[in-house]
Design a binder for this molecule. Structure first.
Ligand code: ZN
Length: 271
């Protein structure tokens, strides 16, 4: 059984949790709303969203990973950058979702909690696409790195940005769908040009927030990895040998030096 809960994080943005390790966001304007991400595809997210707002809304997926996109099955129309379509096709499979959920916490689920696989096509999100919700605008920025189609929503009126998996305390750059550190660094420098428009940084795992410094930390991390001067701490994830750019406290998974941004990369994802 999946039970949802929510909390308001800015005047127009509500965070939704479903008991798993990931969260979604609902942005409500004067006329319309936008649901950002849909989780693993468990429980009645649609019903929950409709209990939070009576405004018409559309669904936007930040990237094709299982924990963000699989719930899109519940919505007739949904937007996603189509560079992540092939990735989504693998990640939305029910068996894959069960496997991933089993390794991410101890949520007790029944067969009926799983939504079927989405068959309807997505509508593409282009870089710079603006969605006017009435008094609130969501601008989608294409920041390839973690995946090729990953988008970062910027909500200027609330001075908030949703970095999600695109930039955080343990960015994954070791997956087949990830960019090299060199390419990711260029994406982050593009994201940095939007810094004057936000003070609040939202994420979707762990504490689900960061300070804006997480971006400059990760630019510095990319530069250090490329120069071969990062801490290069070996680890293993999903059977892949990877390296943390900065040393972490194993108890918390956070940087030992007290700063925020960190990257996990594999040697074939450097240049
Ligand atoms: Zn992801």
């Amino acid at each position: 059984m999946v039970s949802f809960s929510s909390e308001k994080v800015t005047p127009h943005i509500t965070r939704i949790r479903d008991g798993s390790d990931v969260c979604e966001y609902l942005i409500v304007g004067n006329d319309r709303a936008a649901l950002i991400d849909t989780g693993y595809g468990i429980g009645d997210l649609k019903g929950y969203v409709e209990s939070l707002t009576d405004k018409p809304y559309e669904v936007f997926i930040t990237h094709g990973h299982v924990d963000h996109a699989a719930g899109a099955a519940q919505f007739e129309k949904a937007y996603m950058n189509l560079a992540d379509q092939a990735l989504f096709n693998v990640h939305c499979e029910v068996e894959f979702r069960k496997e991933m959920l089993a390794s991410h916490g101890d949520l007790q689920l029944e067969e009926a909690d799983f939504l079927p696989k989405r068959k309807a096509p997505f509508t593409n999100i282009e870089d710079g696409m603006e969605v006017d919700l009435g008094g609130v605008t969501v601008t989608f920025l294409h920041i390839p790195g973690h995946t090729q189609g990953i988008m970062v929503p910027l909500i200027k009126e609330d001075r908030a940005v949703l970095f999600g998996d695109a930039c955080g305390v343990g960015v994954l750059l070791l997956l087949p769908e990830s960019s090299t550190v060199e390419e990711y660094c260029k994406s982050l420098k593009k994201l940095q040009t939007y810094e004057p428009y936000y003070d609040t940084v939202l994420r979707q795992h762990g504490t689900c927030t960061s300070t804006p410094h997480v971006l400059e930390d990760n630019i510095e991390n990319c530069e250090k990895i490329l120069a071969g001067t990062d801490d290069h701490v070996e680890d293993k994830m999903m059977g892949v040998t990877c390296y943390w750019a900065r040393e972490i406290d194993p108890a918390t998974g956070m940087r030992k030096d007290g700063r925020e941004g960190n990257i996990r990369y594999s040697l074939d994802h450097v240049r």
